[in-house]
Design a protein around this ligand. Structure first.
Ligand SMILES: NC(=O)c1ccc[n+]([C@@H]2O[C@H](COP(=O)([O-])OP(=O)(O)OC[C@H]3O[C@@H](n4cnc5c(N)ncnc54)[C@H](OP(=O)(O)O)[C@@H]3O)[C@@H](O)[C@H]2O)c1
Length: 320
């Protein structure tokens, strides 16, 4: 099968396009003929060699966890799905090898949901990882309630693009950070207040607008003191959910009773099915998507590394 893969860690140039054997699904998995694969920052971070203490690699590694496609084989324990079903899913693994940037990929049957007929494979591939993460952070962990204030960092990114409509659906007042060029985009997703982090100090701006702090903060930035700023910006008794790191070691967290954790997405086919139904109904808006060919996987990783993409990048593998 055709696949994008890397045989060593390194810059985007280590990604090559070539032929690999079709993977064999495990007993609890299905094999999917992949129509489209979503690109996430974790894909290029793993390629670059990050997080080796948590996630093991078997080279050559095909990157990618998000997919949409058609089932072509089922493992012997799988009874709920059949060959020919069109699905989407999050093929997360603590041990990466057979990812989704390929013509075929295995995925746990418990991690997939049926693709609604009116949703394209491209749209479906954009959704699993960011949608599960945002919902598990906002609805499950933070228990975001109507009328509460929430800060969603990096609103124009893949995660922010789905978190904003979800927070609005939960009835929250949404603050987000974005550069001026993305203001219309994040407002179209439902953001109530947008702060241009490149033109002003977002912490000062938020402090001026919400002197008592915010109820919930979805902190997805890396570095630059943003982890500590999130604690300062949270209301006493508020919630800060970290997307990249464990919470900082600050006495203020206990002193002000702030609930906080590093949240890692959890594959969950049933939850994905519920969320996908809301996208299909138009309750959640599908993020802006830039479609690229599988052959352009290197370029997709370069764009992701720029940190300036709007919405989601999706690799088109084939028409189904
Ligand atoms: N824990 C988990 O399970 C989990 C799941 C998903 C994602 N994540 C993490 O969450 C982060 C975001 O993921 P993503 O998929 O949204 O990434 P992404 O799509 O690559 O994010 C790109 C966006 O980030 C914005 N941005 C860059 N620097 C910013 C800054 N200093 N302040 C505000 N916005 C900034 C850019 O907006 P502008 O163009 O407006 O600058 C751009 O639209 C990543 O670090 C990812 O690893 C974690």
């Amino acid at each position: 099968m055709k696949a994008a893969f890397y045989a060593t860690h390194g810059a985007p140039e280590v990604l090559q396009i070539g032929e690999l054997p079709i993977p064999v699904p495990g007993d609890d998995q299905v094999l999917v003929q992949v129509a489209a694969a979503g690109v996430n920052p974790i894909d290029r971070r793993l390629r670059g060699g990050e997080l080796q203490e948590y996630i093991t690699r078997t080279f050559p590694v095909v990157p990618g966890w998000d997919l949409a496609g058609r089932i072509v084989a089922t493992g012997k324990n799988v009874s709920d799905w059949k060959i020919g079903d069109d699905i989407l899913g999050l093929a997360f693994s603590w041990s990466v090898q057979h990812g989704t940037y390929a013509e075929y990929a295995p995925i746990d049957a418990s991690a997939i949901a049926a693709k609604p007929a009116k949703m394209s494979f491209i749209e479906a591939a954009a959704l699993p990882l960011v949608s599960l993460t945002a919902w598990q952070a906002l609805a499950e962990y933070a228990n975001l309630q109507p009328g509460q204030t929430v800060l969603i960092q990096a609103g124009a990114g893949g995660l922010g693009s789905v978190a904003i409509p979800m927070a609005k659906r939960l009835g929250a007042i949404v603050y987000t950070t974005a550069r001026h060029k993305s203001f219309n985009y994040v407002r179209s997703l439902g953001a109530d207040h947008v702060i241009d982090y490149s033109a002003s100090d977002y912490e000062q701006e938020l402090r001026a607008q919400e002197p008592d702090g915010l109820d919930v903060i979805l902190e997805s930035l890396l570095g630059d003191g943003s982890a500590e700023a999130a604690i300062r910006l949270a209301k006493t008794g508020g919630v800060v959910v970290y997307m990249n790191n464990e919470p900082p070691d600050l006495p203020e967290i206990a002193a002000r009773n702030i609930k906080t954790a590093f949240l890692h997405h959890r594959p969950d086919g049933e939850m994905l099915a519920e969320l996908v139904a809301l996208y299909a109904r138009g309750t959640f808006r599908i993020p802006r998507i830039r479609i690229m060919d599988l052959d352009a996987a290197q370029e997709a990783h370069r764009l992701s590394e720029s940190g300036q993409t709007q919405g989601k990048l999706v690799l088109k593998i084939r028409d189904l």
